[in-house]
Design a binder for this molecule. Structure first.
Ligand code: ASP
Length: 309
């Protein structure tokens, strides 16, 4: 049997170790473990990598600890606008949604765009009409409300600033979520979901729903999910860049991901990280920030749950 594996993240950024309580750290680690293990179980039972990444991301979206689904950050208007993408590496099928509101599990809507529409990327009102046609029920704004996120927004709402949900040092909260997986057939997939950046306006769209920027999968190379300041990840076409370094330069998964996160994206001052898997089930999780919530598990017996370097 081929090696199968999964990796997940819950955001990368400025995490000040001293400000994280033991209790909170345990909560994060438990949430990461639950999501990782649920995704791994899908793989163990012979399920597909796309099912595994959706399962893991759904659990992270349902946790208020992360900036995706429940617990998403506030926009400049005091609303929640979420972005998500999913992609499978066998046929390069992909689906993405942006600027959606009220949807409990944005990544599942992205998957429906992939499987039930002729399109790849739906945004705003149109994406919401599609969700309605697919019989999605809408959550009320209070479902997404989170005290910490609200305070973050209050702190900058009268300014032109917008920020990563975790860039305020006093902040125990953290991140965009994502998952990558390689199943028993050696097929790989990636999924990413986010509330974006606090106080974002003008219909700002980050890297997370953009195929090739924050999310990408290709059986020729790797599956990647990114987190960090989206503007840099868009400009660096980060997820596809990792794939290109493998395909055209022959780099290993680890070297390609490392080159992008610790060199190329830093050259334009981009902060963040990514998780990636290849069709052999190898995993890499580099980041150039103080921390990145992350977890992984492989059928070869290795597993990991970490926050800091
Ligand atoms: N990349 C996300 C965005 O820019 C934010 C994050 O990763 O926390 O929307």
């Amino acid at each position: 049997m081929k090696t199968f594996s999964i990796a997940i993240h819950g955001g990368a950024g400025t995490l000040v170790k001293g400000l994280m309580t033991q209790e909170l750290e345990a909560q994060y680690k438990n949430a990461l473990k639950d999501a990782r293990d649920a995704g791994f179980k899908v793989l163990e039972n012979g399920g597909s990598s796309i099912d595994a990444v959706e399962t893991a991301v759904n659990l992270l979206e349902n946790s208020p600890l992360f900036n995706a689904g429940k617990g998403s950050v506030f926009t400049a208007e005091g609303t929640h606008e979420m972005d998500a993408a999913i992609m499978e590496g066998k046929n390069l099928e992909a689906g993405a949604v942006s600027l959606i509101t009220g949807i409990k599990n944005p990544v599942s809507l992205a998957r429906d765009v992939m499987e039930k529409s002729y399109h790849v990327f739906l945004a705003g009102e149109g994406a919401m009409r599609f969700a309605k046609e697919q019989n999605y029920s809408l959550e009320q704004p209070d479902y997404f409300y989170d005290k910490v996120r609200y305070k973050q927004w209050q702190g900058i709402k009268d300014s032109d600033k917008f920020q990563l949900d975790h860039s305020v040092k006093k902040d125990g909260k953290f991140g965009t979520v994502g998952a990558v997986a390689c199943d028993q057939n050696g097929d790989i997939a990636a999924a990413t979901s986010t509330g974006g950046m606090t106080n974002k306006k003008w219909g700002r769209v980050g890297d997370s729903p953009m195929i090739g920027a924050g999310n990408y999968a290709n059986n020729k190379t790797c599956a990647v999910s990114c987190t960090g300041s989206g503007e840099f990840f868009i400009r660096g076409v980060v997820a596809y860049d990792v794939s290109c370094l493998m395909e055209f330069k022959g780099l290993s998964l680890e070297d390609a991901a490392n080159e992008v996160i610790n060199k190329r994206i830093l050259e334009i001052k981009g902060d963040g990280g990514l998780i990636a898997v290849d069709t052999e089930g190898n995993i890499t999780m580099p980041f150039n920030t103080e921390g990145m919530y992350r977890a992984s598990k492989s059928s070869n017996g290795t597993e990991n749950i970490s926050i800091y370097k």
